[in-house]
Design a binder for this molecule. Structure first.
Ligand code: F6R
Length: 365
C-alpha cells in the first residue's frame, strides 16, 4: 500500500526517520547511551585482524561507508569488494577472521556465493540483512537485522540508511571492544545517532527545492557526483540512484580524482553534485569545486551553512543540510541524494518503482 504517496520509493524515503530510529533502538541501550548488541556475536572484534566486506550495488556502497567507520573508530583494517568479484577472485581469508555481508533481500546470488566461500574458508560470517527469513540470514553464522520493513521500490532507499545505521553501531561496538573508542566518545556518537531521525526529517524539508532542481537535472545527459571520505561512497550511491531510475548517465568519483580524468568532461552542460558536509577535508573539496566552476560546470552543493559560507561559490543550487557530526552525515545525506534521483525520474516520466531491466532481488548472476 502506497498510502498517500505516488510511488513506493517516495513512501520509503519518507519512512526513513522512523525506521532508522527503530533500527538503532535495537542496537543501542538508550538508558546508558551505549551500544548494546541484542545478541552476543560468535567472535571477538578485539581478536580479529581484518574484516572482509562483500555485497552488491547499494549494499556495497553501505559497506564502503562502513570501511571508513571501522578504520577510524575501531582501527580495524577493512577489505571490501563487490560480491561478483569476491566469489571468483577467491581471496585468501584467514581462518577465524570475519566476513561481513550486506544484503537487503538476503537472496542476492553473488553475495550468497561469497558468504558460502567465506564459510568454507573457516571465517565467521556476519550478515546485515533486511529480510529475516532469507537464505543469507539462515546461512550466516550471525545476523544483525536492519529493521527497515519490506522495501518494495526497486531502488533501495530505507534499507540503505538502515544498513548504515547498523554498520555504524557495529563499528562503535568494535571500537569499544578494541579499546580505540573511549566511553565518552562512544556516548557522544550515540547522542549524535539519536539525533539522526530528526535530522533526516529536516533534510526531507528540502523536497520542494529538490523538485525545482530536478527539472534542471532532467535536461542533462551526464551528471557527476563528487565526495571525499564517507561522502565518496555517497557520491557513488547518488550516481547509481540517478542512473537506475532516470536513465541519465551519472558517475560518482572521489573528489580528489577529478583532475585525474573526469575534469575533461566538465562544461556548462554537466551538473556536478558535490556532497560535502563541513568535515576535516572540506577545504580540499572546495578547491575541487573551484576547478569545476572555473570550467563553467554547474555545481549542486549538498552541504551545510558553515560549508556554503566557507566555499562562497555560485552554485546552481545549494541543498542545505542541518548541522551534524560528520560521522553520521552519510545517513542524513542519503535523503537529498534519493530525492534528487526520485524527482528527476518523475519529471522524465519514468517508472520509478519498476525501472526497466532491473529486478528487486537478483537471485541469478
Ligand atoms: C540499487 C539497488 C541494488 C541493490 C543490489 C543488492 O538501488 O537496489 O543495487 O542494492 O542489487 O541487493 P541486496 O541488498 O538485496 O543484496
Amino acid at each position: 500500500d502506497k498510502g498517500n504517496y505516488r510511488h513506493f520509493m517516495a513512501k520509503e524515503i519518507y519512512e526513513q526517520p522512523e525506521v532508522v530510529g527503530r533500527t538503532f533502538a535495537h542496537y543501542v541501550d538508550l538508558a546508558t547511551g551505549r551500544v548494546a548488541l541484542p545478541e552476543a556475536l560468535p567472535f571477538d572484534f578485539a581478536k580479529i585482524g581484518r574484516i572482509s566486506i562483500t555485497a552488491c550495488g547499494t549494499a556495497y556502497y553501505a559497506g564502503l561507508v562502513a570501511k571508513y567507520w571501522f578504520e577510524t573508530l575501531a582501527r580495524l583494517p577493512v577489505e571490501i569488494d563487490v560480491a561478483s568479484e569476491t566469489r571468483y577472485r577467491e581471496p585468501p581469508l584467514e581462518k577465524g577472521g570475519l566476513t561481513l555481508v550486506i544484503s537487503q533481500s538476503g537472496e542476492t546470488a553473488d553475495t550468497l556465493a561469497s558468504l558460502r566461500y567465506a564459510k568454507a574458508q573457516g571465517q565467521h560470517t556476519l550478515a546485515v540483512v533486511n529480510v529475516p527469513t532469507s537464505t543469507i540470514a539462515r546461512e550466516a553464522s550471525a545476523v544483525v537485522p536492519t529493521l527497515a520493513g519490506p522495501e518494495i521500490g526497486v531502488a533501495s532507499t530505507k534499507a540503505f540508511s538502515c544498513q548504515l545505521t547498523v554498520l555504524l553501531c557495529l563499528a562503535l561496538a568494535a571500537g569499544r571492544a578494541r579499546g580505540t573508542l573511549g566511553e565518552a566518545e562512544e556516548k557522544r556518537l550515540i547522542d549524535e545517532l539519536i539525533k539522526v531521525p530528526g535530522l533526516m526529517a529536516e533534510a526531507l524539508k528540502r523536497e520542494d527545492e529538490i523538485e525545482v532542481l530536478s527539472r534542471e537535472i532532467a535536461k542533462a545527459r551526464d551528471v557527476l557526483y563528487l565526495g571525499r571520505g564517507t561522502a565518496y561512497p555517497m557520491a557513488l550511491e547518488g550516481a547509481l540512484k540517478l542512473k537506475e531510475i532516470s536513465y541519465i548517465h551519472a558517475e560518482g568519483y572521489a573528489a580528489g580524482e577529478l583532475k585525474h580524468g573526469p575534469i575533461a568532461l566538465i562544461d556548462d552542460a554537466v551538473p556536478v553534485v558535490v556532497i560535502a558536509p563541513h568535515d576535516a577535508t572540506f577545504e580540499k573539496t572546495v578547491s575541487n569545486m573551484q576547478e569545476v566552476a572555473a570550467r563553467g560546470g554547474k555545481i549542486v552543493l549538498i552541504g551545510d551553512a558553515r560549508g556554503a559560507d566557507a566555499a562562497g561559490l555560485d552554485t546552481l543550487a545549494t541543498l542545505m543540510m542541518p548541522d551534524l557530526d560528520p560521522v553520521v552525515a552519510p545517513i542524513v545525506y542519503a535523503v537529498p541524494i534519493q530525492l534528487l534521483a526520485y524527482h528527476t525520474a518523475v519529471v522524465l516520466g519514468k517508472d520509478v518503482d519498476q525501472p526497466r531491466n532491473l529486478a528487486k532481488s537478483v537471485t541469478v548472476e
